[in-house]
Design a binder for this molecule. Structure first.
Ligand SMILES: Cc1cc2nc3c(=O)[nH]c(=O)nc-3n(C[C@H](O)[C@H](O)[C@H](O)COP(=O)(O)OP(=O)(O)OC[C@H]3O[C@@H](n4cnc5c(N)ncnc54)[C@H](O)[C@@H]3O)c2cc1C
Length: 320
């Protein structure tokens, strides 16, 4: 998403455009309605996670970071960690170990999740048919399509029920299945839980959490990586000051809107009637959808959304 690209740039990382495929906005679709908006600032880049990972690793190496691949890290306490059983003393311990973070558990920062759904993804050999990321809505969940090259798209499903996977595409999202009919898939289907979890605190003593270890939002927001990059910037600013309270407060700000939007998207996903009404109402006033997207991406304050748009949205919602 554009805010992730901006945060990456601030970290000094440029992802070459030819490593992925640019997109210019978001389109919400149901089987009988659609609404779309272009980004007011910047562009998105659809890029395979493995390629992005390569760019991040290269950048870290160029800064002199020594990477120890295949190393299992355990926190021992009193500033000590064990890397494949070898003990190290660390000034700071940064838990970047994902959704099931052991560092979070050790630091007693665990917190129950708010929602969880099933995520699947697969890449198909087909030229992107729009310059937006499309999000298809259905009562069972959402499918989103991200262009990842000029001849490939990534289809991700975010579902309430585990059994609703790519093999069910035609039943759940007929128009998307039609687009993909006869197209070769270039990766196997892979899945993971997508969890919404907000932690009251992400630091304790010399331990800081980052990325999904520090809480996570539903995959359909497309903001997971953006959060991690923004947290990286905030943590980078806090460490030289010698304490983590700055990171704690910045992180709270960074997460506020993405968590709210994530909850909203999950709520909407669970209320199909409301889904089609909202998409229909946004269709009547496309400027409102653009304003809401700008709020989602942090380029606009929620308070600045036009009252005229909100009123006409309310009217379109009740009359839809
Ligand atoms: C289906 C799906 C689609 C998604 N689509 C998008 C999208 O389009 N855009 C977006 O921005 N986000 C998306 N996300 C979210 C995104 O994947 C996450 O936000 C992101 O992966 C979080 O990165 P992370 O580095 O915090 O955690 P992870 O990617 O989970 O990485 C954690 C790493 O820590 C390692 N690790 C764990 N424990 C240890 C240990 N004890 N010792 C050593 N290493 C350890 C793991 O092996 C792993 O490599 C999607 C998620 C899902 C499930």
């Amino acid at each position: 998403m554009p805010d992730a690209m901006a945060a990456l740039n601030r970290l000094g990382i440029q992802v070459p455009v030819e490593k992925g495929h640019q997109f210019h906005g978001i389109c919400f679709r149901t089987e009988n309605s659609a609404t779309s908006a272009r980004f007011a600032q910047g562009k998105g880049l659809g890029v395979r996670r493995t390629i992005l990972h390569g760019v991040l690793v290269e950048h870290a190496a160029s800064l002199g970071v020594e990477m120890q691949w295949g190393t299992r890290v355990d926190v021992l306490g009193h500033g000590k960690v064990a890397a494949n059983g070898v003990e190290w003393t660390a000034r700071w311990i940064i838990g970047a170990d994902g959704q099931r973070s052991r560092v979070r558990h050790f630091a007693q920062l665990d917190h129950p999740h708010l929602s969880q759904r099933y995520g699947y993804r697969q890449h198909f050999r087909v030229a992107p048919w729009t310059d937006c990321v499309e999000i298809y809505w259905a009562p069972e969940g959402q499918a989103y399509v991200t262009p990842t090259s000029e001849h490939e798209v990534c289809v991700a499903l975010v579902m309430e029920q585990k059994q609703n996977r790519m093999s069910h595409l035609a039943q759940i999202f007929p128009s998307l299945a039609e687009r993909l009919a006869g197209r070769e898939y270039v990766t196997h289907e892979r899945g993971a839980m997508t969890i919404c979890r907000r932690l009251p605190h992400v630091t304790r003593g010399s331990v800081a959490l980052i990325g999904e270890a520090a809480g996570s939002i539903d995959a359909v927001t497309g903001e997971g990586m953006a959060l991690a990059f923004k947290q990286a910037l905030a943590l980078g600013e806090a460490l030289p000051q010698g304490h983590l309270s700055l990171y704690e407060s910045r992180n709270r700000e960074i997460c506020r809107m993405p968590f709210l939007m994530s909850q909203l998207m999950v709520f909407l996903g669970r209320h199909p009637q409301l889904q089609s009404r909202i998409i229909h109402a946004c269709q009547q006033d496309s400027s409102l959808f653009a304003q809401l997207m700008a709020v989602h991406l942090g380029t606009r304050s929620p308070l600045s959304v036009s009252p005229v748009s909100l009123t006409s949205f309310g009217w379109n919602l009740v009359t839809a």
